[in-house]
Design a protein. Structure first.
Length: 335
């Protein structure tokens, strides 16, 4: 299959690009920042890299000028969203308008499937029995309640995707990720890099303090696992639904994560304050997503063993460190 991955050099996209290459697909990566620190030169040599601004109509048209793209995985976005977006029109252009442009050009070019990186943010703040202390898993049928500009853009993109799927032969799937952790989240993800700090600081021999949130449970999925979920949606023979939670379906506390870290770094200096909402955002998105639809339809089940995935995270950090040239200091990715 020929697959176009927008944002394919990012924290999640790089693992999607790698997984697609590993599975033998013909991969085109479109990104506006040619930072190969997560993808690595070896993978870069096995795919086509296009420097593209998804907000530019001409750039997007150029991507589809050559026919034969079977599937688009749209992951490019402005992330690190704060409660009060200082530039909502800009966020809208990148996170919603560009999605629609890509869908329009993809459908016109005969692309068979469009997979969109959505987010659990579409559910807004979780309350009632979805919240602490019961954490009833959130199903895809739950009413969306977007709050921030970012959340709204995800909902708008999802709705346009469904509309294109209804009006054209192009299939559509929105993937609502749980909280993803992985290398590279310390640069532009703001407070959403908290889990990466918890994991990476001990690796670098540094102390780490998360001021509050030790009582909060959340559905935490490792970036490489989320990427497997994306690829499952790309290769699934059919899509029975247009929305999938990509999650573990389990609840973890920061203490559980710290325990996993200590299996590798027994002397890790980790301090976690009490309370809920470890991200400290005005909307508390934390909770558990129901992962059964993706398991049933896509055959996707995330590795939910924290010790296993934290071990893989450290293995990747060692690999990425060794790839770095000129002794440049981590973390990965330019701002
Ligand atoms: N990380 C999470 O926990 C999480 C959770 C839910 C959803 N998501 C979604 O997953 C997707 C990927 O997120 P990520 O965490 O990998 O972010 P990221 O910032 O690491 O990756 C996004 C990529 O998009 C590229 N990009 C940004 N603007 C662009 C533009 N105008 N033109 C071309 N490329 C552009 C960036 O260079 C980057 O490589 C996003 O759509 C995000 O909303 C992430």
């Amino acid at each position: 299959m020929r697959v176009l991955v927008t944002g394919g050099l990012g924290v999640n996209g790089a693992w999607v690009s790698r997984e697609l290459v590993d599975q033998g697909h013909d991969v085109i990566v479109a990104d506006n920042r040619l930072d190969l620190s997560l993808l690595g030169e070896r993978y870069a040599a096995q795919l086509r890299l296009e420097e593209v601004d998804i907000c530019s109509q001409e750039d997007v048209e150029r991507l589809f000028a050559e026919p034969g793209i079977d599937c688009v995985v749209h992951m490019a976005a402005a992330v690190g969203h704060e409660d009060k977006d200082p530039a909502p029109a800009r966020t809208f252009r990148i996170n919603a308008e560009a999605s629609v442009t890509l869908m329009e050009k993809a459908a016109a070019a005969g692309v068979k499937r469009f997979v969109f990186a959505s987010s659990r943010a579409v559910y807004g703040g979780l309350d009632g029995d979805h919240a602490h202390p019961t954490y009833r898993p959130v199903k895809e049928t739950t009413q969306t309640r977007p709050e921030s500009t970012y959340d709204l853009c995800k909902v708008v993109s999802e709705e346009f995707g469904k509309a294109f799927a209804a009006a054209t032969p192009m299939e559509f799937a929105a993937l609502r990720f749980a909280t993803i952790f992985g290398p590279g989240k310390l640069m532009r993800h703001g407070r959403f890099g908290a889990l990466s700090r918890l994991i990476e600081a001990p690796y670098r021999g540094e102390p780490v303090e998360i001021a509050h949130g030790g009582d909060q449970s959340d559905d935490l999925i490792y970036a490489e696992e989320a990427a497997r979920g994306v690829v499952a949606a790309v290769v699934a023979p059919t899509l029975a639904h247009d929305v999938y939670n990509i999650a573990t379906g389990r609840s973890y506390t920061l203490g559980d994560m710290a325990d996993a870290v200590r299996r590798f770094f027994p002397d890790a200096r980790i301090s976690i304050g009490d309370g809920l909402n470890y991200l400290g955002t005005s909307t508390n998105y934390s909770g558990v997503l129901d992962a059964s639809r993706a398991r049933r339809d896509l055959g996707f089940e995330a590795d939910a063993d924290l010790v296993s995935v934290v071990g893989r995270y450290y293995q990747r950090l060692r690999e990425l460190d060794s790839l770095k040239k000129g002794g440049q200091a981590p973390p990965y990715l330019s701002a």
